[in-house]
Design a protein around this ligand. Sequence first.
Ligand SMILES: NC(=O)c1ccc[n+]([C@@H]2O[C@H](COP(=O)([O-])OP(=O)(O)OC[C@H]3O[C@@H](n4cnc5c(N)ncnc54)[C@H](OP(=O)(O)O)[C@@H]3O)[C@@H](O)[C@H]2O)c1
Length: 313
Amino acid sequence: MNRVLITGATGFVGRTLTAHIRRRFPGADVLALGSQTVDLVNRSATFDWFDRLHWAWECDHIFHLAALYKAGDWPVHHPATQFHVNMSINVNILEAWARFFPKAKFTSVLSYCMYPSHPEPHPETELYGTEPEDYLFAYAMTKKALLIGQRAYRQEYGLTCTSVILPTVYGPHDSFAENSHVMGALIGKFVRAARSGQEAVEVWGDGQQEREFLFVEDAADGIVTAALKSQTDVLNLGTGQAYTIRHIAETIQGAADFGGRIQYNPQRFVGVQKRMLDVTRARQELQWQAPTAIADGIAQTVAWYRATLAADA
Ligand SMILES: NC(=O)c1ccc[n+]([C@@H]2O[C@H](COP(=O)([O-])OP(=O)(O)OC[C@H]3O[C@@H](n4cnc5c(N)ncnc54)[C@H](OP(=O)(O)O)[C@@H]3O)[C@@H](O)[C@H]2O)c1
């Protein structure tokens, strides 16, 4: 990997991926893009920016992470915004890749909300002929459209690409606000509650929902491994293991040294009952497995968030 362009590099996963690539390939020239560098929704601004760049720069790898997504019930109220922004970003970046850097391998990052709502592990073969659940429908369909777009550019122009589908990612630099995805939200609540001596922490739902989680450093390692080795359109990249929210909450409670009660609130919005990936294909094709155990990842994240709060105080 010599000349690497990363969209979404200012975001949670993107900044870890950027640091990982800089560490793993110290000689690489890495261009880390956020929306301040170029607004990928704006078609002419995107093409102008890529046009200027390509005269002076070659590129061997593009990592495409830029997207508009927010956790909780935000997607329920903003499906049109998500559709417009993400379709525009994806359509523009695909065309910019083909026009300006057609020799680069294009690796995109997708989400396991693309799969239909059922509790069994999702293999990649389930991507077509099924529909994502209703509350994430528009967002999930823009991810499917990206996958279809990559395949189309590969078929018509002979470009090289792959995609990875991630479960919920967690780790340092995540969002720890209450309306974040469940892992970030709970780490935030427990760490703040332990600091302030609160009596109870509210956990949304009854604790029985199950989710798969991937530590952000493992996500970065897996994304780069896929970019280097994957010969296929799409691979599930996760741990292949789901945990109940109760297990996650209790693990965080221990890591955060929170001595109070956990209070479950079944009235709050929690999404599907269970979601997890079938990671057989990635294991076979990449010989890759996520190295970080969930308890270690949670402990590292809690320590990071605690240190960040202490530094800000
Ligand atoms: N986090 C997860 O649990 C998870 C799970 C599965 C898949 N993914 C996928 O991983 C990718 C990154 O997720 P994340 O959690 O790191 O998201 P994030 O923290 O919200 O970061 C989003 C990134 O996209 C950029 N972006 C947004 N709108 C843009 C625009 N109009 N033009 C250019 N850049 C724009 C943002 O730039 P600025 O910050 O500079 O505005 C930021 O760098 C996404 O594609 C997401 O679907 C994430």
